[in-house]
Ligand binder design. Structure first.
Ligand SMILES: [Zn+2]
Length: 307
């Protein structure tokens, strides 16, 4: 099983303040842990490129993209919503963030590897078609999914999201588009308080989790509500919004997941993918406690690599 790892140093230009939870140390912590555990040497390391305007325009309105460029500050930082800091280098980093996911898609479509993990920031799943939110500017997973459908003509693309927060942007962009089947697990009620209920979207499987949900209830819910539907869907491509802020040590949510739960997710996703040789591309979303994030990514990658 060949597992590719994509990242780009361009994320350093999204220089959020030291007290902002979404900062460059997140990626550095992941890489340190992967090197320490020797998994690093077993990964295929790919080169990345920035996203093109054509790629962004599949997911976002041109008015929104123009507006982001207009408000980007020349120095210091501004807040585009109450959580989302924008600095002079943020859009540059966001272009490379979406582009890294696209590069991974192209590698997968060319058969260069089985699965890929994209260690990227800023994250994407809260960004809506016309709105930056929750640390996100461009919706990396929606941009990737739409390119896979448009350029590679895939008709059954599964989009999984196990971040502790519901990926409102992904649902805003891909909801009710029958080329995609969306799977979302999230603490509820919780940010982003958009209440994207299953009934409004014919292609959405929601797994709301009560505050305090731990391993056993989480796994039981995913086992009954995700896996059978995912398998029956026979996806040609699996994309994953891999957020690790549901970890019990993470300060941003109140779920009680463990390192092993992320290993379990990686293993099961890879097992279902193996039935049809389906590529899996996972991209980083949340995860803010550096040690827990780094260990959880390591376990998730081990699960993907050794199902
Ligand atoms: Zn999150």
């Amino acid at each position: 099983m060949v597992l590719a790892y994509y990242t780009s140093d361009e994320h350093f230009s999204h220089l959020t303040a030291d007290d902002h939870p979404e900062h460059a140390m997140r990626i550095m912590a992941i890489e340190q842990e992967l090197k320490r555990s020797k998994l690093w040497d077993d990964l295929l390391h790919g080169k990345t490129t920035p996203a093109t305007p054509e790629d962004l325009l599949r997911a976002h309105s041109s008015g929104y993209i123009d507006e982001l460029h207009l408000i980007q500050p020349d120095q210091g930082h501004i807040y585009v919503d109450e959580d989302t800091a924008m600095t002079p280098g943020s859009l540059h980093a966001a272009l490379w963030s979406a582009g890294s996911c696209i590069t991974a898609l192209e590698g997968a479509m060319a058969g260069e590897f089985n699965h890929a993990f994209v260690a990227t920031r800023p994250p994407g799943h809260h960004a809506e078609r016309g709105k930056a939110m929750g640390f996100c500017f461009f919706n990396n997973i929606a941009v990737t999914a739409l390119r896979a459908a448009d350029k590679h003509h895939l008709q059954r693309i599964a989009v999984l999201d196990f971040d502790a927060h519901q990926g409102n942007g992904t649902i805003d962009i891909l909801g009710n588009d029958q080329r995609f089947q969306l799977f979302s697990s999230f603490q509820h009620p919780f940010y982003p308080y958009k209440h994207y209920e299953q009934g409004r979207f014919s292609n959405l499987v929601n797994v709301p989790l009560e505050e305090g949900t731990g391993s056993a209830s989480f796994r039981a819910a995913i086992e009954t509500q995700w896996w059978p539907t995912l398998e029956a869907y026979a996806p040609e491509l699996i994309l994953v919004s891999a957020g690790f802020d549901g970890h019990k040590e993470d300060p941003m949510a109140e779920l009680n997941l463990t390192d092993e739960d992320y290993g379990w997710l990686g293993r099961h996703i890879a097992q279902i993918a193996a039935k049809r040789n389906t590529p899996v591309i996972s991209m980083l979303e949340g995860g803010y406690q550096l040690n827990a994030l780094a260990r959880s990514v390591r376990e998730y990658l081990l699960g993907l690599k050794n199902p």
